[in-house]
Design a protein around this ligand. Structure first.
Ligand code: PLP
Length: 292
């Protein structure tokens, strides 16, 4: 793979999680120990932050969520000032690109070692204009967990942004096999949850609605910003329980996430959903204009 435009920063982390140094290195330089638990167990947490012309978007909420995920995995509490510096150092190297992203990773470290591993990787974003304007097709998929999984079985880490994303990527392949672009999870008791790597926002009776976050889903930074923007523009919002039946009443829907931003949904399973091009464009303009 050509990583000419990629930027890599390694963090020197203390046992406590303190960031002792942030070092920019060649992106293709050997950086990760073969026994790092990130690689061998997916035992760690991450965040992916959108960067607009070198400026991170929603950085604070991303760092807060990194700390929340780390706490769920009993990882050392991340030193957020140090992680912030790492993101800013990588982001400034990407300033010539209108859109890019930085992924930050905190793992439990090398198996048998005594300190966590951390790094930040950034690169220019792919072109998401088709997803943002033409929209995407999604399928509903059973996640196999009950909607109260976060309380009944916290060890399953539902709602933490862990490195164990093999399931999330398998879901995208399943969607592709069924001729769709993405998927929306439904709990085993029939409650609509989230996308594979995005949150769901639907418009029902002129209200933007998103599922509750106590269902073991990720509290989305993009969804929060969409709702803040909507509130400022007189568009009512609501956090609620949604069933697949409720989705039949939606006259617009989006999957929202960092990097791709607001992708209007044009079909759920085989049912067409109208795309509100004007509202989607306004949402995406607002998301692109965000700062820290
Ligand atoms: N839900 C899941 C499972 C995700 O992986 C992501 C982002 O990758 C999101 C939701 C959206 O979160 P954010 O808007 O903070 O990127």
């Amino acid at each position: 793979m050509n990583h000419r435009s990629a930027v890599l920063a390694l963090l020197d982390l203390a046992l406590s999680g303190r960031v002792d140094a942030v070092r920019l290195v060649e992106p293709d330089s050997p950086a990760l120990h073969a026994l790092d638990l990130a690689a061998t167990r997916g035992d760690g947490v991450f965040e992916t932050i959108s960067i607009g012309a070198g400026r991170p978007q929603a950085l604070r909420p991303h760092l807060t969520r990194l700390a929340a995920s780390a706490a769920m995995l009993d990882l050392p509490s991340p030193d957020l000032d140090g992680w912030r510096e790492a993101v800013l150092r990588v982001a400034e190297r990407l300033a010539e690109h209108p859109e890019s992203w930085v992924k930050i990773v905190l793992s439990r470290g090398v198996d048998g070692g005594d300190r966590p591993t951390g790094w930040a990787w950034g690169e220019p974003s792919a072109d998401f204009s088709a997803a943002r304007t033409d929209g995407i097709r999604v399928i509903l998929l059973d996640r196999g967990y009950s909607s109260d999984v976060a309380t009944t079985s916290p060890w399953l880490l539902a709602g933490a942004k862990t490195l164990s994303y093999a399931v999330n990527t398998a879901v995208k392949r399943e969607a592709a096999r069924r001729g769709a672009d993405d998927a929306v999870f439904v709990s085993s008791d029939g409650i609509v949850l989230e996308g594979a790597t995005a949150n769901l926002v639907v418009r029902i009776d002129d209200v933007l609605v998103t599922p509750r976050t106590d269902l073991g889903i990720l509290p989305g930074t993009t969804q929060a910003d969409v709702f803040r923007w909507a509130a400022g523009h007189g568009i009512p919002t609501r956090i609620d329980t949604l069933t697949p039946h409720d989705l039949l009443r939606a006259d617009a829907a989006w999957l929202v996430s960092s990097v791709r931003h607001a992708a209007p949904i044009r079909a759920i399973d085989d049912r067409a959903v109208p795309v509100d091009a004007e509202l989607s464009a306004a949402m995406n303009d607002a998301l692109a204009a965000r700062t820290e």
